[in-house]
Design a protein around this ligand. Structure first.
Ligand code: ARG
Length: 569
């Protein structure tokens, strides 16, 4: 398809001898279509060229002979040049593009580039909390979109399976393990054991010392300790997988902190050699104050053990070698901002290529709050995500049954709608905003929700079903699609790939979520204003084709976010 911004900037750049790359940054998309599809404000040029914006605009217009097939009208208003794109040609190009590519919007932009995405990463023997739900969903969406744009993506679930807390857990289990049946809800029970031993540790310094000793034994690969730790890990992963199954999450690697822990020695050696690793109150730290970070990064604690940061540094070293990454993205809540600032700075001391240190990116997100009331207080102080997901599915089923009592495969549809609602809700607002997890809100079919997009898709399907045929591209007369409702859809569909590129450049899946809402709304208006099923077969064919491609883009876009589409609902 013609890249209109590029086409216009090239013409302008040739006419006034200003760098094309600069010109392109001036071009705007007017809010109101009456002011053209694209506009070029001449104000900034006025300084450079020492002429009034209006004069410059007139000058440019006179100098350039735009191809009428591409731009059919150019107008000057108050120092702006407004461009009106030739709709017929644009629509034709779009349809050709769609026909040519079995997967519209797909690209090989990322060919030969490796992207590591570190996401989800819950902690063993601790509940998978609502924040983990968010990283799982954001990371999963980024994963799919990078892949669709041709990158080679490696999704890593960097499990929190290491640290002194395991020494405590082993101690607690030794003392009270027999009181608990770990076959059922093991994480709740391990969390309970952990709570109990923590209380004891606070009361009795000797118990704490024993816990530390347990952890040392685990580090030294003591058979009994490793066996227990493995048991906790297996039980936890089994629970996490229930959530991943519901969400449809997949990972290429499950290498967590424990694997990174076995590689921390090299990190310490390298850092020692830089002379930047200094002693402070028995610990080994790196001072980062000259980098504008007030808190030093601890590398070794006074008892010699490593910490979260050390392990992350070891993982960076390992990932650079193993995956030769162009980007390594970490999706966590903004609470870990300082941690990533620190390790990204220290990583520059590891002697790895700048390509790697430049490719490190922390994708942070805001907090998710549960609405107060029954949900947030169940089972002590945390909510099981699995329960929350199942509750949403049950609610979805109630709504569906209400709306469409005779629907087949109701359970399957309810699952798609319930999970789709949760996923969409986690992606709909810009990442860093805090949000509330409100089941009723996210299941509102009329709101800006996942089910609304699914419902719109189902409408496109049912139109096709009703007519029972799909017109051939040759049978479509584009003249029938020049009205503003059809053109609105065509504009949005034309922006699909651009939208995906924006998502990865800002690590912001909400851009795609918003795009799908816009497309759904545009379709609803089109559907209400233009009769698709029409006595005029020529019009009907054209509208049906538009209906068909709208459904396809909605489906593809939703899938990229991790949302499955039902055929009926
Ligand atoms: N396990 C950590 C948590 O639950 C998240 C790990 C994020 N990834 C990383 N490489 N540090 O908070």
């Amino acid at each position: 398809m013609t890249n209109y911004k590029k086409y216009i900037s090239k013409m302008i750049s040739d006419a006034i001898q200003v760098d094309e790359n600069e010109v392109v940054t001036f071009i705007e998309t007017p809010k109101d279509k009456d002011n053209g599809d694209l506009a070029f404000p001449c104000f900034r040029l006025a300084k450079i060229l020492k002429k009034s914006p209006q004069e410059i605009a007139i000058d440019i217009k006179e100098k350039i002979d735009f191809d009428k097939k591409i731009i059919d009208k150019v107008e000057i208003i108050n120092g702006y040049i407004n461009f009106y794109i030739n709709k017929l040609n644009k629509t034709k190009e779009l349809f050709q593009d769609i026909e040519k590519n079995s997967e519209y919007g797909k690209s090989d932009l990322g060919k030969g580039k490796n992207i590591v995405i570190d996401y989800s990463a819950p902690n063993i023997a601790k509940p998978f909390h609502i924040g983990h739900l968010k990283t799982t969903v954001i990371g999963g969406a980024l994963y799919n979109i990078y892949k669709y744009l041709g990158y080679n993506v490696i999704g890593i679930n960097y499990l929190g399976d290491y640290g002194t807390q395991f020494g405590k857990l082993i101690e607690g289990y030794k003392r009270w393990g027999t009181e608990y049946d770990l076959n059922e809800n093991p994480i709740d029970k391990l969390a309970d054991i952990y709570k109990r031993i923590n209380i004891l540790c606070k009361e009795d310094e000797n118990v704490l010392e024993t816990c530390r000793e347990n952890f040392r034994l685990l580090e030294q690969k003591d058979e009994y300790s490793v066996k227990l730790w493995q048991k906790f890990k297996d039980l936890s992963i089994k629970e996490f997988k229930k959530i991943y199954d519901l969400l449809g999450s997949k990972f290429d690697s499950w290498e967590g902190e424990s694997q990174a822990a076995s590689k921390t020695e090299e990190v310490i050696e390298i850092l020692e050699k830089t002379g930047k690793l200094v002693e402070s109150e028995g610990a080994k730290i790196i001072d980062l104050s000259d980098k504008g970070i007030d808190t030093p990064c601890i590398i070794c604690k006074s008892n010699g053990s490593t910490i979260y940061a050390t392990r992350d540094l070891a993982a960076i070293l390992d990932r650079s070698r193993r995956y030769d990454f162009d980007k390594c993205i970490y999706v966590t809540s903004y609470e870990q901002k300082l941690h990533f600032k620190q390790i990204f700075e220290v990583a520059k001391l590891l002697g790895i290529d700048e390509k790697y240190t430049n490719g490190l990116e922390h994708v942070e997100y805001g907090m998710v709050r549960l609405p107060s009331g029954k949900m947030s207080t169940r089972e002590g102080n945390f909510v099981k995500i699995e329960d929350l997901l199942n509750e949403t599915i049950t609610e979805a089923e109630k709504i569906i049954t209400d709306k469409n009592p005779n629907l087949e495969n109701k359970e399957d549809v309810a699952k798609k709608v319930g999970i789709g609602a949760v996923i969409f809700n986690n992606l709909a607002t810009s990442r860093v905003k805090d949000e509330v997890f409100d089941i009723r809100e996210m299941l509102n079919f009329q709101g800006e929700t996942g089910p609304y997009i699914q419902y719109t898709y189902v409408r496109t399907k049912s139109v096709l079903d009703k007519l029972g045929y799909l017109p051939n591209i040759e049978e479509i007369n584009i003249e029938n699609l020049l009205d503003k409702y059809s053109q609105n859809i065509i504009d949005i569909i034309s922006n699909f790939q651009d939208t995906l590129i924006q998502v990865i450049s800002k690590s912001e899946p909400s851009i795609l979520a918003k795009y799908l809402i816009d497309l759904s709304k545009a379709y609803s208006i089109f559907y209400n204003e233009n009769k698709i099923i029409n006595e005029n077969k020529d019009i009907q064919n054209a509208r049906m084709y538009l209906n068909y491609i709208t459904g396809n883009v909605l489906k593809k876009g939703a899938e990229l976010l991790g949302i499955k589409m039902p055929d009926k609902m």
